[in-house]
Write a protein of this length. Structure first.
Length: 134
């Protein structure tokens, strides 16, 4: 159950701090696809917790996830924004290149539809600003 998992992750992160990172990374790995369709919610909560903990151990997995946003169909830009914030929270300059690449990829894919264009441009600007801060 996604709700129970969320409560367990929050408790684990609160009590264990950085020692919870390996378990949270396992949750990130095992919940890419869920039979209940709630993978994005579970993944988003996991990424937020990893960002708050701030352990550099999470950086490679978060960078891989950021790549999934632009390479896999059905992964939302909101999830991408959550990943960008988490990478900022880690304060690891090594993540800068991945965030810059993410921004560049989004910039290449900005739709012509005026209803969508502004939203995408905002996501590009958000990622560029995050990259500059790393």
């Amino acid at each position: 159950d996604a709700g129970v998992l969320s409560y367990a992750m929050h408790g684990c992160a609160q009590i264990l701090g950085a020692r919870a990172v390996p378990d949270l990374l396992e949750v990130l790995h095992r919940n890419q696809r869920r039979p209940d369709g709630l993978q994005e919610g579970v993944l988003t909560e996991t990424v937020k917790l990893l960002g708050r903990i701030g352990s550099q151990e999470a950086q490679p997995a978060l960078v891989r996830e950021l790549g999934r946003v632009t390479s896999e169909k059905g992964v939302s830009l909101e999830y991408g924004s959550t990943l960008v914030v988490a990478l900022q929270q880690l304060r690891d300059p090594q993540a800068r290149g991945a965030v810059e690449e993410y921004a560049a990829t989004l910039a290449q894919r900005v739709p012509a539809d005026p209803k969508l264009k502004k939203y995408w441009e905002d996501k590009v600007a958000e990622a560029q600003k995050a990259a500059a801060s790393l």
